[in-house]
Design a protein around this ligand. Sequence first.
Ligand code: HEM
Ligand code: HEM
Length: 172
Amino acid sequence: MNEQMKYPKLFRFLHWITFILIVLLFISGLGMEDYKFDEGNFFRFKRHALMGVSVLFITLIRLAYKYKNKHRFPPEIEYYSPVHEKIVKAIHLLIYIILILAPIVGFVTIYQTGALAYDFGGPFPENAELNPSLINLHKFLVYTLGLLIIMHIGGVFMYKIKTGQSLLKRMI
Ligand code: HEM
Ligand code: HEM
């Protein structure tokens, strides 16, 4: 496949880095459930937070890059129907929105405990508690993201089965 039919190199790189970070975030996020939010476990939360905030920045860079380099992107795929086009575009848009919102909600969840000052030499707040509503909102967003990603991956493979064309080559 020639380069004009592929997404630009930087965009492909950011797509797969995001994929790796999301897998690691799910592993670390599910692992954190068993740990109390205290000084001894703070590094686990911090590790998760750093990866999550990286996803936020990478997504902002990705969107800015896409906006500025539209002309370097491959032509759109051949949709099966106008409904298919709407679904694909809605899934991509929702993924981008959650890649921005989930890290922000996660960040606020940790920020509201006052524990961030600990990173700058301050004391770890006494009886720090993660706000349950914020955790639930974060969970809702990341599980919705998980579902959208499954639909996204399913769609890519379905396209190959239906049309015989591999979309993966455009992103690798
Ligand atoms: C964290 C997981 C993933 C996220 C968040 C994600 C997100 C996205 C988004 C938002 C786009 C649209 C790009 C744009 O035009 O703006 C896209 C494109 C694409 N993704 Fe993923 N993706 C993920 C995982 C995967 C995986 C595992 C595959 C492999 C099957 C895959 C294959 C593709 C392909 C082939 C395209 C290009 C589709 C086209 O040709 O238009 N993605 N991805
Ligand atoms: C796209 C980025 C992110 C993803 C995919 C993600 C994913 C997850 C997952 C899967 C969980 C476990 C949910 C469960 O217990 O069922 C979780 C929990 C959590 N995440 Fe994230 N996360 C992201 C970003 C962030 C960020 C940036 C922060 C903080 C700065 C953060 C803070 C937390 C906290 C505090 C919990 C709750 C842990 C607990 O239950 O005690 N997350 N996240």
